[in-house]
Ligand binder design. Structure first.
Ligand SMILES: Nc1nc2c(ncn2[C@@H]2O[C@H](COP(=O)(O)OP(=O)(O)OP(=O)(O)O)[C@@H](O)[C@H]2O)c(=O)[nH]1
Ligand SMILES: [Mg+2]
Length: 308
C-alpha cells in the first residue's frame, strides 16, 4: 500500500490506516514527513484539550467519561495517551478505561498511545505531530492525556488549546500546586475523587489562590468531579467549550496557535538537524576530539551543520 492510498483510507477514518499513518509520523521516516506535509495543509480546524495532573489523580478515568460528552458535539474524537504506562503510578491504562465505558468498538473514538521518548517526564516530542496529524485527518476534537511531572505540563500547554489540570483532594495546597507548575498552565482545574474527604477544602483553597490574580479575562473554574461515576464530567466539558469561546472571541486563540506554531517549528528544526547529521559517519572523529578536549561541543556542532 502506498502513502496516498493509506492517506485516503485514513481520511475515511479507517482505524488501521490511521494507526499506520501515525506510526509513520511517530517514527519520523521520510514517508512520515511526506504524510505530515500533506496533512498539515488540511489541518487547523480541530480543537485539542490537554488533560494533565499528578500521577494517579484520575486523568484517564476523567478522559473516558468525557468521551460521551465530546461525542454529543463532535462526530469523532481522537485520544492521545502519552506514556500511559507511567512508571510513576500504578494507574490504569486509558485504553482499559475506555473499554470499560463501552467505547471500544466505537469507530468514532480513536485511541493512540505515545511512548515518551527522550525527555524524562516530558510529553513525547512526537505528541504535537500526532495531534497535528489527527487534526489534518479530520478529527474535530482531540483529547491528550499526560502525567504532569517535570516539564510535561508546560509542553502540553503549548500543544493543547485548552488545558485541564486534574488534582485529587490531597493536592489542594496552593504552594504545592503552583510549585508543580500547574497554576501556570491550567485553564480549568478539576478536583477529582470528590467522594473523598477534603474535596471542599481543596476547591476552596484553589479558588482562594486564583482570586490572587492570573486570569487575563478568563476566570479559571474549579470543578469537583467523581470520575469513577462520571459525576461532573458534563460541567468539565461545558467549561472546555466556554473556554474555547473565550479564546475565539478575545483573540487569545490566535496567540495560542502562534505559540503552538513556534513550538512546532522548534521541534521541526531539531528533527531536521538530527535527521541531517549522520553521527556514525560525520561525528566519530569529532566525538574523540571533544572527549580529548581538543574541540568544544558547540564549535563542533557549528562545523557539522555548516558542512551539511
Ligand atoms: N475514589 C475515587 N477514585 C477514583 C476516582 N477517579 C479515579 N479514581 C481511581 O484512581 C486511580 C487512578 O485513576 P486513573 O484514571 O488511572 O488516574 P490517572 O491520573 O490517569 O493515573 P496515571 O495516568 O497513572 O497518572 C484508579 O484506581 C481509579 O479507579 C474518583 O472519582 N474517586
Ligand atoms: Mg492515566
Amino acid at each position: 500500500v502506498d502513502n496516498s492510498e493509506l492517506l485516503s483510507a485514513a481520511r475515511l477514518f479507517d482505524t488501521r490506516s490511521i494507526g499506520r499513518i501515525l506510526s509513520l509520523v511517530e517514527n519520523r521516516t521520510d514517508d512520515g514527513r511526506t504524510v505530515m506535509r500533506e496533512l498539515f495543509g488540511d489541518g487547523g480546524n480541530g480543537y485539542s484539550t490537554g488533560i494533565t495532573g499528578p500521577p494517579g489523580s484520575g486523568k484517564s478515568t476523567l478522559t473516558s467519561v468525557l468521551v460521551p460528552h465530546v461525542l454529543q458535539d463532535a462526530a469523532r474524537v481522537g485520544i492521545v495517551a502519552v506514556d500511559p504506562s507511567s512508571p510513576f503510578s500504578g494507574g490504569a491504562i486509558l485504553g482499559d478505561r475506555i473499554r470499560m465505558t463501552n467505547h471500544a468498538g466505537d469507530d468514532r473514538v480513536f485511541i493512540r498511545s505515545v511512548a515518551n521518548r527522550g525527555s524524562l517526564g516530558g510529553i513525547s516530542n512526537t505528541t504535537p505531530a500526532i495531534v497535528a496529524a489527527l487534526d489534518g485527518l479530520g478529527f474535530p476534537e482531540v483529547l491528550i492525556e499526560t502525567v504532569g511531572i517535570g516539564q510535561s505540563e508546560f509542553e502540553i500547554a503549548t500543544t493543547a488549546d485548552t488545558t485541564i489540570v486534574v488534582l485529587s483532594p490531597g493536592w489542594g495546597d496552593a504552594i504545592q500546586v503552583s510549585k508543580a507548575g500547574f497554576l501556570e498552565v491550567a485553564d480549568i482545574f478539576v478536583v477529582n475523587k470528590a467522594d473523598r474527604e477534603g474535596t471542599h477544602g481543596a476547591v476552596a483553597d484553589l479558588l482562594a489562590m486564583l482570586e490572587l490574580g492570573t486570569g487575563a479575562g478568563w476566570e479559571i473554574p474549579v470543578i469537583a468531579t467523581e470520575a469513577t461515576r462520571g459525576d461532573g464530567a458534563d460541567e468539565v466539558w461545558d467549561s472546555v467549550k466556554k473556554h474555547r469561546m473565550f479564546l475565539e472571541s478575545s483573540g487569545a486563540m490566535h496567540m495560542r496557535r502562534r505559540k503552538q506554531a513556534a513550538a512546532q517549528l522548534a521541534a521541526a528544526v531539531r528533527q531536521t538537524i538530527d535527521a541531517s547529521v549522520d553521527y556514525e559517519r560525520d561525528a566519530t572523529d569529532v566525538v574523540s576530539a571533544i572527549a580529548d578536549r581538543v574541540i568544544d561541543p558547540w564549535t563542533a556542532a557549528e562545523r557539522i551543520l555548516e558542512a551539511q
